[in-house]
Write a protein that binds this ligand. Structure first.
Ligand SMILES: [Zn+2]
Length: 386
């Protein structure tokens, strides 16, 4: 416990803080985690493609700080539908990124640390896996390692988020068309001596990395799946020179649009380090990462507007830092303050554009984002996969 005051407050409600331990939250309502308990949603237009963009740790204040620091404008203002989701996990009012992303990827509230598994540790069938099985092209892009909690929860099934090498191996069990992110060492310098990059090549992937060439220099072969590792472990911060997110987002849209052909695609793009700026209680870090993410949102919106058949959803898994913009701030200088160096439990905004966007108005559970995506795709009543 490094922050005395907030810990004292939350201790009253038995919600642990920093880092959170399992809590004594009351059990979820019976129907919350039951796959059959889907909300009845109205008929809607169906998009061919869905792009889910997750700004890790991006609460309303992070958005606000980015907005005022960027001449009072953001690409997020281009979205007509706005909602709020309830981010809590199955064992803690304050979620982590693993449980948060599993809610989006598989529609289940699970425990903090769970990667694509339910509270009993059983593998869940994710929307990325279902999209793949339905013949859609699929992709993951992140400014973290590609085995980190948010992207991992769409493709891997592990009881703990720290099982990075096991998560990397889970990529080999899929036919994901494209992935771009850090964490090369989890693929080619492993305790089990497997070289997953070699195995990906044997599977027919075009594999490249920062070590060989810049992402912009990759010769894209649309007849092959594409894996590009942007760093050996964690990618740099934007301020340190990591600039690939916008280009990777454009590349992924174009690549998956061609790979998906008539069937469409599912793409998840994560702006991972807004969260890290929050953990560091560093206002400038938050703002530069927020604006990098927003430029990538702009690139995705340009694609979606031109395409006309793409649903774009932008949200966060949780807020980080209890970030506030204090008196004394100006448009040019944000005076940030923090209540925590961990996540908080605030409601999280959801922005949607494209066919089916209206379903994302209102207030709902984080798990509803999964069900709304499935519904707009027109996937069947219940997901039946592994
Ligand atoms: Zn975090």
């Amino acid at each position: 416990m490094t922050k005395f005051f907030p810990c004292l407050l939350v201790a009253i409600t038995f919600v642990a803080c920093n880092p959170p331990q399992s809590s004594s939250l009351p059990p979820l309502p019976e129907d919350m985690n039951h796959p059959a308990a889907q909300i009845e949603l109205p008929e809607t237009e169906r998009p061919k493609n869905i792009i889910l963009m997750v700004g890790d740790g991006m609460g309303l204040t992070q958005i606000t700080a980015g907005l005022y620091s960027n001449d009072n404008q953001l690409n997020l203002e281009r979205f007509p539908a706005i909602g709020l989701h309830k981010s809590y996990s199955s064992d803690n009012l304050v979620t982590d990124s693993a449980a948060g992303a599993t809610a989006f990827s598989a529609g289940r509230k699970t425990y903090n640390g769970a990667i694509g598994v339910d509270p009993d540790g059983k593998s869940l069938y994710t929307i990325l896996e279902e999209a793949e099985d339905q013949g859609l092209a699929t992709g993951l892009v992140s400014t973290s390692t590609i085995v980190h909690a948010t992207p991992a929860s769409f493709i891997a099934h592990e009881k703990q988020r720290s099982f990075y090498e096991a998560i990397a191996a889970d990529f080999l069990d899929t036919e994901i068309d494209l992935f771009i992110g850090g964490g090369k060492k989890y693929f080619d310098r492993r305790e089990d001596d497997r070289n997953l990059l070699k195995e990906l090549r044997q599977k027919g992937y075009h594999v490249s990395s920062y070590f060989e060439e810049k992402l912009e220099a990759v010769t894209v072969d649309y007849s092959k799946n594409l894996a590009y590792l942007t760093a050996d472990s964690d990618p740099l911060t934007y301020n340190q020179g990591r600039k690939y997110l916008q280009f990777a987002s454009e590349l992924a849209c174009d690549f998956l649009d061609k790979r998906g052909a008539n069937d469409g695609f599912f793409l998840m793009i994560e702006g991972a380090q807004i969260d890290w700026g929050g953990h560091a209680n560093n206002t400038d870090y938050i703002i530069t990462e927020m604006l990098d993410f927003d430029r990538s949102i702009g690139a995705v919106m340009d694609f979606a507007e031109a395409d006309g058949n793409t649903l774009v959803i932008v949200t966060a898994d949780h807020e980080t830092g209890g970030f506030a913009i204090n008196p004394g701030s100006t448009h040019d200088t944000i005076v940030g303050a923090f209540t925590s160096d961990y996540h908080t439990a605030a409601l999280i905004p959801v922005f949607a554009y494209g066919p089916g966007a209206e379903l994302f108005n209102g207030i709902y559970e984080n798990t509803a984002i999964y069900h709304k995506m499935r519904q707009t795709y027109g996937f069947g009543e219940l997901a039946t996969g592994k």
